[in-house]
Design a protein around this ligand. Structure first.
Ligand code: TRP
Length: 337
């Protein structure tokens, strides 16, 4: 029996925060036990908005190191850097030519980012979801574990594969591309900002207190949690729309404490914020300390990290090459191998 495939990725922009971790990376760790798993650092996506070369270089390596520190096992999965595999950009070009422009213009994330960018919107930003479709489709992924905000991009990848490639160039019994399914976990698929429970936790929020980075020092974690927005009620609860901060912090707590949803709710039902916050802080520091320790070891001796990325690159290259050739042949390109 062949294992089902999983592919996912995170952009190497700025520090990875607990939203990326709880919403995406944490799920990969379990999936790698039962699936053939590919995780990439999507550095080509990181240049769709203005970027700084030095930080891109540093973040690409540190993001890969964080994958490992968060529990991705290089012996069980393939970890690689997107730009090292030329098939991503090549398939992206082919898919670009098959994708209607108006599908792209209605992408919510594009519209939001484009508003922020003003006049300076690149074609790459518009094309971002097609590159993401190429990332996924190249590996014949069955499942793509992502946060809630990526759902529309996943739909696009599915539509491109089925309506624009398979139905036009394939046959019913012989589809060219596998149509992937999103895997969006209910718990913590969307982690909200610490300073505003109605806004998503985001790397681009200018207020650093809005997020906890996986590499934040315990003192910084403690300070950010002290400043986190609360309300004047006693007891934390899920799902009360007038108390988004309570819902968000309790949801995060249920995972980082290991208590799970129900027990956490029971424990905190009558807890005041003054008791909750120190418990939350301890749980956060406890769970992040071993991640930070392993991260530092990997970054201090890059030999191991380089080996992991080389191995990931080789596997990714083999798999993506086969898919790309299948697409090229079906579309009538001359292929010699
Ligand atoms: N757009 C994704 C995000 O911001 C990152 C990404 C790029 C991705 N390519 C992907 C995620 C392929 C999953 C699969 O989270």
């Amino acid at each position: 029996m062949t294992l089902k495939r999983v592919l996912s990725g995170v952009q190497p922009t700025g520090d990875i925060h607990i939203g990326n971790w709880l919403g995406a990376i944490r799920n990969w760790v379990e999936l790698q036990q039962t699936h053939e798993t590919f995780v990439c650092v999507v550095d080509l996506h990181a240049i769709t908005t203005p970027h700084d070369p030095k930080s891109l270089y540093k973040s690409s390596l540190s993001t890969a190191a964080l994958y490992i520190a968060c529990g991705m096992d290089p012996n069980k999965c393939s970890i690689f850097i997107q730009s090292q595999i030329p098939a991503h950009t090549e398939l992206c070009w082919i898919l670009n030519c098959l994708t209607p422009l108006n599908w792209m213009e209605r992408m919510i994330q594009f519209k939001e980012k484009a508003i922020k960018q003003g006049e300076n919107v690149s074609i790459g930003l518009l094309d971002y979801p097609v590159l993401m479709a190429a990332d996924i489709l190249l590996y014949d992924a069955d499942l793509v574990p992502v946060g809630e905000d990526q759902k529309q991009h996943l739909e696009l990848a599915r539509d491109i594969a089925s309506q624009r490639v398979n139905s036009k160039f394939g046959t019913k019994n012989n589809p060219i591309l596998r149509v992937p399914k999103p895997l969006i976990l209910k718990e913590c698929a969307k982690v909200m900002s610490l300073t505003d429970g109605t806004k998503k936790m985001s790397k681009s929020d200018p207020n650093e207190n809005s997020r906890i980075s996986l590499l934040d020092h315990p003192d910084v974690i403690s300070k950010k949690i002290k400043r986190a927005k609360t309300d004047s009620e006693i007891g934390l609860e899920y799902g009360n729309f007038s108390r988004p901060e309570a819902d968000n912090l309790l949801s995060i707590y249920s995972i980082i404490s290991g208590l799970g949803k129900e027990k956490a709710a029971l424990n905190c039902r009558e807890m005041g914020w003054g008791t909750f916050k120190p418990e939350f802080t301890d749980a956060m520091i406890n769970i992040l300390t071993p991640i930070q320790k392993q991260y530092n070891e990997l970054m201090n001796d890059k030999g191991e990290l380089n080996r992991v990325l080389e191995k990931g690159k080789n596997t990714a290259q083999e798999v993506s090459h086969v898919t790309l050739n299948r697409v090229k042949e079906a579309l009538g390109f001359y292929t010699s191998s």
